[in-house]
Design a binder for this molecule. Structure first.
Ligand code: ATP
Ligand code: LTN
Length: 328
């Protein structure tokens, strides 16, 4: 089985990214042929700083290695190093409906936030994402819940391509974790945790110092009452329950049962401590890995060569089926 996922080089990864996606990547290495891509081309679809993009790319690569990706057991590479992604993106536009792209939640949200320019790249973002996956004929795509619609679209694109030009692509399925697929902001628990939140107080960064994590968890917005229970009228407590369950690798019901009657204070204390211990080894390994940019670069290039060897054949087949390029 082939597993593929992509992650944006937005330097600072948070607990939502870690629980929703990154730890699934790590576990994917034991379940199949795992391929992970740092999507620098996707990062150019909104306003960004070129020098920062380079730095963030290394930050993200170091973070993934610190989390447990092992270049001996997976392929880790930079999207722009493998030109098949952009080529296939264009080829796939021929079987992508404009109306479908217009309906993408992420496009609507991100385009509303742009101050200067809503780029055509932002509109085509999901097509490039489809190309990322289809270029490897991946079976499974580990992502957080917010990517559900993008995965549905890439399935439609693959199916339409196969219908129109003949069987070419594997139609991939998402792998969204049962617990922790949508970690919410600690200050505004009706919004997903994100690096682009207006305030950092609600976002636990993977590299946050223990004291910062403790402060953020303890000042998390909770609801009136004192029951540690998941309920629609208790989004703050529900989120903390989900976080602790994900960190422990247990069902949320087990957390509810353990903290029944203990009150918010003791519960938050436990969440803070366990999140600190959960992230500590990642932060420590990151500090060791991040300074050696030459080594990060070497690992990424090696990854790109392996990725290219796979995607080259698959994209060449798509070209042939579409009747573009010289005949063989
Ligand atoms: P952010 O909004 O924080 O910038 P993102 O979704 O735009 O994150 P990525 O860093 O590329 O961009 O996301 C990597 C993975 O993390 C994706 O699979 C995404 O679904 C997942 N993810 C992002 N936010 C959360 C969250 N709050 N809870 C669970 N998973 C998440
Ligand atoms: N849009 C995704 C990142 C991404 C991706 C992919 C995820 C780009 N290409 C391919 C899975 C498969 C996001 O997390 N924001």
């Amino acid at each position: 089985m082939r597993i593929f996922s992509g992650i944006q080089p937005t330097g600072r990864k948070h607990l939502g990214n870690y629980i929703g996606a990154i730890r699934q990547y790590v576990e994917g290495q034991d379940r199949g042929e795992a391929i992970y891509c740092i999507v620098d081309l996707h990062a150019t679809t909104v306003a960004y700083d070129p020098a920062e993009l380079r730095r963030y790319l290394y930050d993200t690569a170091a973070m993934l290695l610190a989390a447990g990706l092992d270049p001996g057991r997976c392929i880790l590479f930079r999207q722009s190093d493998v030109p098949e992604h952009t080529e296939l993106c264009w080829l796939l536009t021929s079987v992508t409906a404009h109306g479908d792209l217009n309906r993408m939640h992420q496009f609507k949200e991100k385009s509303a936030k742009q101050r200067e320019l809503v780029s055509a790249g932002l509109f085509l973002y999901p097509v490039l994402q489809a190309a990322d996956v289809l270029a490897y004929n991946a079976d499974e795509v580990p992502v957080g819940d917010d990517q559900r619609q993008h995965i549905e679209l890439m399935r439609d694109i693959a199916e339409r391509f196969n219908e129109r030009y003949g069987e070419t692509f594997v139609v991939p399925r998402h792998r969204i974790p049962e617990v922790g697929a949508r970690i919410m902001d600690l200050q505004e628990p009706t919004r997903k945790m994100s690096t682009t939140a207006p305030s950092e107080a609600g976002t636990i960064l993977v590299l946050d110092e223990p004291r910062a994590i403790e402060k953020k968890v303890k000042s998390a917005v909770t609801d009136s009452g004192s029951e540690v229970e998941r309920r629609p009228d208790k989004p703050g407590i529900s989120n903390l329950i989900e976080i602790l369950a994900a960190v422990r690798g247990v069902a949320p019901e087990a957390v509810e049962a353990e903290f029944e009657g203990s009150g918010y204070g003791a519960f938050k204390q436990a969440v803070a401590e366990e999140v600190v211990e959960y992230l500590r080894p990642v932060r420590e390994r990151y500090e060791q890995i991040r300074p050696d940019e030459a080594e990060l670069e070497r690992a990424l290039r090696e990854g790109a060569e392996k990725a290219h060897a796979i995607s080259h054949e698959i994209v060449a087949d798509a070209r042939r089926k579409m009747g573009v390029g010289a005949p063989r």
